[in-house]
Write a protein that binds this ligand. Structure first.
Ligand code: PLP
Length: 433
């Protein structure tokens, strides 16, 4: 491969280097970030932006939260990794903290979101064989069209996105795909006695913040309970205050727990398993987890599952602090309140511009749907071009598909900052017209 000639700006240099030596498995917006603090990030040229992606909702607590930096520095100097060959002084305390906060008996620690999903699939199958009596090798897991659960071979085996699956077969069998937000389809799929689990996102984030009907999640939970099928909520993107609740799947059960915390022990209304990652570590370090009650989690016995880094003291300490920040700073309340304000402001754009079609979302996980057009000179006007304008005006967001822009700022954003961002979006939309 040819070496490129030395480019001019720091931005061009960084992009050229990544283009030359990195695999081309992403299509980043052309901006090179160097520093972050709270809701802000700075590029290598020193320009400041509002971060309206939050690393796909991993940085809910804001960039480089001082409490997380402190914990990380202290823990780095004390101990980072033990493996699970030995106990460590933080894993038990961490597991207890998470179990108490979310109302489950046990936690299984992993690192990335996709690993948490893989773990849940294994757990569900084993539960199906050992507890439900499904014949060996026949367990089936029901999933939804438009899902995004990660990138491993088994996880993409559930995907309906050709970009995710193309050229990667053969795939893992044992999944049935049904339409999202479709209770009759779920009811029908659950007639098969070999179904061990239904895996679903309470809001489909990667599909473009697709919010299902109000009663979808509670009724789907009830259907699964009736058929003795595990309801597994993938809350990797929606969880940890992002939608104004600790978990998005709590939203529609009409619970009113203080500060979005689960105080309702009624397991009939809740998922059998919850998958967490991303904001569990506030963007500091890969930490993921599967939460479930004893009757389900006990299918894992020594040697049946694991990960060298899963449950390490560094991740455990950071995750405890990340969750404490969510509670101490009432990030659920902030996401709920500012989310309503944001959608009301975006609705004004929908009314003012015919090609701004819709705003949807919950809490501070929102999306603006636009109609892709062509400018007078024939050049495209898609969500990508609008994101470039937003960038020029000081706000970073990323399109999903050609016509949807997700807006998900860190949850520490203030009302004043949010209104400044609304103005940036309004200005950019005006320039885009
Ligand atoms: C709902 C959901 N599940 C799973 C994942 C995979 O997480 P990771 O990228 O950490 O593997 C993602 C990532 O975007 C996600 O949004």
């Amino acid at each position: 491969m040819q070496e490129t000639s030395t480019p001019f700006t720091k931005t061009q240099q960084a992009i050229a280097l990544e283009d030359r030596y990195g695999a081309h498995n992403y299509h980043p917006l052309p901006v090179v970030l160097d520093r972050g603090q709270g809701v802000f990030v700075w590029d290598v040229e020193g320009k400041r932006y509002y971060d309206f992606l939050s690393a796909y909702s991993a940085v809910n607590q804001g960039h480089c939260h001082p409490r997380l930096v402190k914990v990380m520095q202290e823990q780095a100097a004390r101990m980072t990794l033990t493996s699970r060959a030995f106990y460590n002084s933080l894993l038990g305390e961490y597991a207890k903290t998470v179990c108490k906060l979310f109302g489950y008996d046990r936690l299984l620690p992993m690192n990335t979101g996709a690993e948490a999903v893989e773990t849940a699939l294994k757990m569900a199958r084993k539960w199906g064989y050992e507890k439900k009596g499904i014949p060996a090798g026949k367990a089936k897991i029901v999933v939804c069209e438009g899902n995004f659960h990660g990138r491993t071979i088994t996880v993409i085996s559930m995907s309906t996105d050709p970009d995710s699956t193309g050229g990667f077969g053969p795939f893992t069998p044992g999944f049935e795909v049904i339409p999202y937000d479709d209770l009759p389809a779920l009811e029908k799929a659950l007639e098969d006695p070999n179904v061990c689990a239904f895996l679903v996102e309470p809001i489909q984030g990667e599909r473009g913040v697709y919010v299902p009907a109000e009663d979808y999640i509670p009724k789907a939970i009830a259907l699964c309970k009736e058929r003795n099928v595990l309801f597994i909520a993938d809350e990797i993107q929606t969880g940890i205050a992002r939608t104004g609740r600790l978990l998005a799947s709590c939203h529609n059960s009409r619970c009113a727990c203080p500060n979005g915390m689960c105080t309702d022990p009624d397991t009939a209304k809740r998922p059998d398993a919850v998958l967490l990652a991303k904001a569990l570590s506030g963007g500091m370090y890969p930490v993921s987890a599967v939460l479930a009650n004893e009757e389900v989690m006990e299918v894992f016995t020594p040697g049946t599952h694991g990960s060298t880094y899963g449950g390490n003291p560094m991740g455990a300490h950071i995750a405890m602090e990340s969750l404490a920040i969510v509670t101490d700073e009432d990030l659920c309340g902030n996401a709920e309140r500012l989310g309503q304000l944001f959608r009301a402001e975006m609705q004004k754009l929908v009314e003012d511009y015919p090609w701004v079609k819709k705003v949807r979302g919950r809490g501070l996980l929102n999306a603006l749907l636009i109609e892709p057009r062509k400018a007078a000179d024939g050049s495209p006007r898609t969500a990508w071009e609008l994101c470039l304008l937003l960038r020029d005006n000081g706000l970073l967001a990323k399109p999903t598909h050609g016509d949807i822009i997700r807006f998900a700022p860190p949850l520490v954003i203030t009302e004043e900052q949010l209104m400044e961002c609304v103005n940036i979006i309004r200005t950019s939309v005006g320039q885009f017209a």
